[in-house]
Design a protein around this ligand. Structure first.
Ligand SMILES: Cc1cc2nc3c(=O)[nH]c(=O)nc-3n(C[C@H](O)[C@H](O)[C@H](O)COP(=O)(O)OP(=O)(O)OC[C@H]3O[C@@H](n4cnc5c(N)ncnc54)[C@H](O)[C@@H]3O)c2cc1C
Length: 386
């Protein structure tokens, strides 16, 4: 077993780390204050990432990506996790489900997304269908040769900047011994499609400036050419491509936790009370020890699940464990960091309250902690027939 990084992997880490420190950190205060990423900053970040050769770093060389392994991409995401998500969004990692594009979809969606010419957003969640994706009400019915879509989606991240959308819609129902089961199809929807509207979403306490939107479909007509994968094969493309995004949540949580930890460590060394640095009090030093232990554990769990993907080993449970543990670790670490900073931790003079707020969503999106526990326990019980 070898835990070290190769020279090339070290170079990936240091390149992305310095990009985040030099191109992301300087804009964070502005985004926090205004809740917006100015268009010129977004474009500047995107262009610099393209020039650096890191745009679409989750895509293979065959379609113009840098061809990183899962482990190397996890290292990229870990460093990006240090920065504001509203800004690192423009570091550009299109949904890798676009690899399912076929025929003319390749030139209309996949290649422009990889080149940074068109941005995408992924839409599954609805007001009445969150964890229970199959409970979706957004429906496409046949009319002539087309599909006619009606319904809505909400909480759709990055939809404000998206040129097209990867949308999961119910296209029928199967009667099964366990009751009716909806068939799901994945569609590619251009922003300017008649009958489709992108509306402002809600304000979230986490990741200010990284917006979520509501999508409305009102008799929106889509030809078969817009189907990604097979008709009724939405779950197949979802399962083939989307599991890896949970590693992204885990790796970003680890990166952010390391940044928060550095703040807590320095503060504990510098802040004096009762005539000595607070880090000398066991009540503080033991918190510091627990924080770094948990961060290292989450880091290893996360990188090892990415490594399993590279080896072609089963990784579903391990990815769920990494997402669960890393997102919950981040909550504990940001809370402890805030406690170590005392009252100043709550003030927006320092970034600690932001890290604390930002951490909250990680336990909810891309499958809540409860859903990850469900995935993990099902994998353990299934072979026992329980
Ligand atoms: C800021 C933000 C951005 C998002 N971006 C996107 C996006 O870009 N695209 C997209 O499609 N979605 C997106 N989501 C949606 C996100 O994935 C869902 O919020 C998440 O899957 C949970 O769904 P829900 O919020 O409807 O909660 P619900 O599913 O209603 O869950 C409510 C509670 O019940 C629990 N629960 C539900 N089922 C079970 C069960 N079987 N066992 C135990 N407990 C259960 C949940 O864990 C949770 O605690 C985003 C969400 C947020 C908050």
């Amino acid at each position: 077993m070898h835990f070290g990084l190769t020279d090339e992997q070290e170079m990936i880490v240091s390149t992305v780390r310095s990009f985040v420190e030099n191109e992301i950190y300087p804009h964070e205060a502005l985004v926090e204050r205004t809740g917006e990423v100015p268009a010129e900053i977004a474009q500047d970040i995107k262009q610099k990432v393209i020039d650096l050769g890191f745009y679409a770093s989750n895509f293979p060389e065959s379609v113009g990506g840098p061809g990183l392994s899962h482990l190397e991409f996890a290292l990229v995401e870990r460093e990006l996790g240090r920065g504001s998500m509203a800004l690192t969004h423009f570091f550009g990692r299109p949904q890798n489900i676009l690899m399912a594009c076929e025929g003319e979809q390749i030139d209309r969606y996949l290649m422009p997304a990889v080149r940074g010419e068109r941005m995408d957003a992924l839409a599954m969640t609805e007001p009445d269908a969150g964890s229970d994706v199959r409970g979706m009400k957004c429906t496409a019915t046949r009319d002539g040769g087309d599909w006619v879509v009606n319904g809505s989606k909400h909480f759709i991240s990055g939809a404000d900047h998206a040129d097209f959308f990867i949308v999961f819609v119910a296209t029928g129902v199967d009667e099964t011994p366990r009751g009716p089961k909806k068939r799901i199809t994945c569609f590619l929807v251009d922003r300017d499609t008649p009958g489709f509207e992108v509306a402002n979403g809600y304000n979230s306490v986490s990741h200010r400036g990284y917006k979520n939107c509501i999508l409305y479909f009102d008799n929106c007509r889509l030809p078969d050419a817009q189907v990604l994968g097979e008709i009724d094969g939405g779950f197949a493309v979802m399962n083939e491509w989307l599991y890896a995004t949970r590693i992204t949540v885990a790796t970003m949580a680890v990166g952010r936790a390391r940044r928060v930890f550095d703040h807590a460590l320095s503060y504990a060394a510098e802040r004096s009370q009762f005539g000595q640095p607070i880090g000398k009090f066991q009540g503080i030093s033991f918190q510091i020890a627990d924080m770094i232990t948990e961060i290292d554990a989450a880091d290893l769990l996360t990188l090892s699940s990415a490594w399993r993907l590279d080896q072609g080993l089963p990784a579903n449970r391990e990815i769920a464990s990494a997402k669960l543990y890393a997102s919950e670790m981040l909550a504990r670490v940001t809370d402890a960091a805030l406690q170590i900073h005392g009252g100043m931790g709550l003030m927006d003079e320092l970034p600690i309250e932001r890290f604390w707020r930002d951490a909250r969503v990680e336990r909810i999106w891309d499958g809540t902690s409860e859903i990850q526990r469900h995935i993990i326990s099902r994998e353990l019980f299934r072979p026992l027939g329980a």
